[in-house]
Design a protein around this ligand. Structure first.
Ligand code: GTP
Ligand code: MG
Length: 416
């Protein structure tokens, strides 16, 4: 009896929540089905689902999840975006199998229903995931089927975090996505020389081919001047109050970036995500991710928030993962800022990001070499021979060490 009452209460609170979701036709910048493309394997997997369920013929539709609103994802379909709920078997599963933004899904759209049902998540070719929690954590998919991860790292007078950039690149590479570093808030670098030094340090660690774009979205974007209608999902821009160094001219910063082998500006960021490709922004809260996307969109579609003066920490303004379609380019997923990005089982990603170091590690005398004090260490030798920088070695050591420790403390019940 009590159980039935609790279930009824849960149902009615879900219904209330569903009723409070933003209406899809009021949302700005929602991509269309044609802006995203399933892989041939995903199409084949969808056809297999259809073949296995002849009774649902005519109701099954291939769709792409474009936003998550607590339990009711929005899905792009050839007939327009629809709200969906999870089929019972998905709702019962762990988070691992629940759809993430970017997932291609087999969707059932019964005619007598106002909401579609996600029957199956189709295989992901890329799964950008992080480890949530420490000893007894779980793997959390941040976004799926992502062509390129834009690693947003804010400039400040304190410089940048190479560790954070390298671990983000490791996670992207491990998930089979390309990656590029976007140095946001370039106007906040102490000087053009300091910006150039930061870019040089990224190349020193990640190699000269690492893609780096520096930009100052707040100053470059003309969003503030462009009035937009204000549908339900937009906000009133008190926004552009983020203490930009407006008097700092951008040209010397752009020149410094270009001289150092980076690209400059919003158009260069747009070029990273061509039409029909999907990108995502990955960075700490306050890194300027939503500001960057607003500048690319040309209006204030996404809420932005002030950072704390003391340490530039953001206030977790973005809370929903969602896709937006960029004019003249592809689709980008805005994501909430992530405080920590622990590495657990991302060894392959690290080997791809720092291939020379990983290759040298195969020559170490001991299999469990930590590349610090052991005799016969191939990595230390290769570094001394100038095959890679001491900075690259430091980053490799730190990230490999973290993975060694996290592997030791893994919950045996959790699948990696
Ligand atoms: N000076 C300067 N400030 C910027 C720039 N881009 C963003 N900001 C400011 O940085 C603060 C945080 O920006 P957001 O875009 O909300 O950051 P976010 O990464 O989306 O943060 P979360 O949603 O919390 O993850 C805001 O006050 C912005 O105005 C820039 O190019 N220059
Ligand atoms: Mg944001």
């Amino acid at each position: 009896m009590a159980k039935a009452r609790a279930a009824k209460k849960r149902r009615s609170s879900r219904q209330e929540h569903a009723a409070s979701l933003p209406a899809l036709d009021k949302l700005l910048d929602v991509p269309s089905y044609e802006d995203v493309a399933p892989s041939p394997e995903q199409v084949a997997a969808f056809e297999a689902v259809c073949a296995a369920h002849p009774e649902a013929a005519g109701e099954l539709v291939l769709g792409c999840v474009c936003r998550l609103d607590r339990g009711f994802p929005a899905v792009l379909t050839p007939h327009g975006p629809v709200r969906a709920e999870h089929a019972v078997q998905i709702a019962k599963e762990s988070d691992l199998l629940k759809p993430a933004v970017g997932d291609w899904v087999a969707l059932r759209c019964p005619q007598d229903h106002d909401r579609a049902v996600i029957e199956q998540v189709l295989p992901r070719w890329s799964d950008v995931a992080r480890w949530r929690g420490t000893t007894r954590g779980e793997r959390q998919t941040l976004a799926a089927n992502v062509d390129i991860v834009l690693i947003a790292q804010a400039e400040s007078d304190r410089g940048i975090s190479l560790d954070r950039i390298a671990r983000s690149a490791t996670i992207a590479a491990d998930s089979h996505s390309a990656w590029a570093v976007v140095l946001t808030k370039a106007d906040r670098a102490a000087s053009p020389k300091a910006l150039a030094a930061d870019i040089a340090s990224i190349h020193e660690v990640l190699g000269p081919d690492a893609l780096v774009v520096a930009c100052a979205s707040l100053l470059e974007g003309s969003a503030a001047e462009k009035p937009t209608s204000q549908p339900e999902d937009t906000f009133q821009p008190e926004a552009l109050s983020g203490s930009p160094s407006a008097e700092k001219p951008l040209a010397p910063l752009a020149e410094a970036a270009l001289r150092e082998g980076a690209a400059w500006g919003l158009e260069a960021v747009r070029g990273l995500v061509p039409p029909r490709k999907v990108g995502m922004v990955l960075g700490q809260s306050g890194a300027g991710k939503s500001t960057l996307l607003n500048a690319l969109l040309g209006h204030e579609a996404l809420e932005t928030g002030e950072v704390r003066q003391r340490d530039d920490a953001g206030r977790h303004t973005t809370v929903t993962r969602r896709m937006v379609k960029l004019p003249g380019a592809g689709v980008i997923i805005d994501c909430p800022g992530l405080r920590s990005l622990p590495l657990v089982g991302h060894e392959r990603g690290l080997a791809q990001v720092l291939p020379q170091v990983a290759e040298a590690a195969t020559r170490c005398k001991f299999r469990d070499c930590t590349h610090s004090h052991e005799p016969g260490c191939g990595v230390v030798e290769a570094c001394e021979d100038g095959l890679f920088s001491a900075a690259a070695l430091d980053v490799y050591r730190a990230l490999a060490d973290e993975m060694r420790q996290s592997a030791d403390s893994l919950d045996p019940d959790v699948r990696l």
